[in-house]
Design a protein around this ligand. Sequence first.
Ligand code: GDP
Ligand code: IMO
Ligand code: MG
Length: 429
Amino acid sequence: MENTVVVGAQFGDEGKAKITDLLASKADFITRFQGGSNAGHTVVADGKKYAFHLVPSGILYENKICMIGAGCVIKPDDLKKEIEDIISQGITREHFEKCLKISPLAHITMKYHTDIDGYSESSLGNNKIGTTKKGIGPTYTDKYKRMGIRVEDLFNKETLSKKIDVILPTKNKELEFIYNLKPYTKEEILSECEEYRKILAPYVDFNWENNLLETSKNKTILFEGAQGVMLDIDYGTYPYVTSSSPTAGGAGIGASMGPKAIKKAVGVFKAYMTRVGEGAFITELTDEEGEKLRSIGGEFGVTTGRPRRCGWFDAVSAKYAVLVGGLTEIALTKLDVLDSFEEIKLAKAYKNKKTGEIINYYPTDVYSHKDYEPIYETHKGWMTDITNCKTYNDLPENAKLYLKRLEEILGIKISIISVGPDREQTIFI
Ligand code: GDP
Ligand code: IMO
Ligand code: MG
C-alpha cells in the first residue's frame, strides 16, 4: 500500500475507524494527526466492539507503531481511561507500551480547558456550537495564542514552572472575570501536570525525529483523521466546526510530515448523512424517514451518546469535500442501512427558497443555509439484505446504479464499500 490518509468527508462518524483498522493491516505506522478525545471511533474485530477516542484505530494489530501526532490535543486522564477500557477487553498493557507512541509536541488539555468549554457552551444558549465539552476548542485556542502546555513540558520542571508563571495570571483572569469560574493556584496546576506526566511517561517518543526519519524511508504510513471535512476549522460549516484540520492537507502538518509523504487520500462517506451538535444540515430529515435511518443505522454518538441528526446524502457538500479535502478515492460505508428503503434520495443541487435560484456549488456562508432546500434525485432501492455480499458483483443492480451515480457526480472512484460494521463486511474494488 502507498502512504494513505483516511479523511472523514462529512460531519464525522462516517465509519473512519473501521476503514482505518482495515487499511492498518497493510501499514507499518499509523498516526493520528488532529483532534482529541472529542472523536468516537468504533472498530468491530472478531466479534468484539472497541471504542477509541484518541488511541489510533490501528492499535489492535501486533507490531505496528501507533502514534498520537503533534497536531493532536491530549487529556491524559481521558487517555488513561480509554487505555484501561481497551485493556479490560483483552489487549495487554505490554502491547500498549510497545506500540503506542505520543509526540512530545502534542498539546495538553488542562482541567481549565474543559471548565471553559462547558461554561462557554452553556453561556451561548441558543447559539451554542454543541461541542463534546472535552475542552478541544479552548486547548487549540491556547495553542495558537502561544499559551499552551505541550507534552514535552511535563518532563521539564524548569520549563514547566516558567510557563505556568506566564500562563496562569492571564488564565486566572479569564476564568474569574470572563467566565466566573474558579481560578487555579500554581501548586494545583503543578500537581495536575505531575499526574499527567506519570500517565504519559510510558508512551512519549522523545526520539521521534530519528524514528520518523527511519519510518519515512522504508515504512508504509497510514494517517488517521478524526471528525470530517464539514467540521474543518477553515472549510467546514464555520462556526459550527471543530478546532482542527481533518482534511488531507491537515495530515502532513499534524503528523510531522510534508505533503509529499501522502500518496492517496481515502474520503470516507456514509451512504446517507448524520451530524451531532448544532449547525446547518441542508438534507436533514426530521420526519419518520430520518428516524428510520437513525434506528437502523444505530446513530447515537460514541463519545456523548447524543442521538445523531440524520438525512440523505448531500452530493453538493460531498463534491466540495472532495475538492477542499484533497480526496482521491471513496470508501462508502453503511450501504446496508439503506437495504429496506424503497426509494433512496441524494441532493444534487440546492434551491434558494426566496429567489428560486438553483445552485450546484456549496455556499460557505452557513447563515444562508436556512434559505436553501435540497433538490433531490430519487433512486430505486434494492430491498435486499446486502450484509453478506463479498464482491461488487454480489450487490443488487439498483445498489450498483446508485454507486455508479455517486462516482459520476463526485468524479472519483469508490474503492471500498462497507456493508456492515465487521471487518469481513467489506468489499474492496
Ligand atoms: P467514525 O467516528 O467515523 O470512526 O465512526 P463511528 O464509529 O463514530 O460511527 C460509525 C458506526 O457505524 C459505528 O458504530 C460502526 O461500527 C458502524 N459501522 C461502520 N461501518 C458500517 C457499515 O458499513 N454498516 C453498518 N451497519 N454499520 C457500520
Ligand atoms: P469522529 O472522529 C461527530 C462535533 C461536535 C460539535 C463540533 C465541535 O468520531 O467523527 P468539539 O468538541 O470538537 O469542539 O465540537 O464538532 N464533533 C464531532 N461530530 N464526530 C466527531 O468525531 C466529532 N468531534 C467533534 O458535535 O458539533
Ligand atoms: Mg465517531
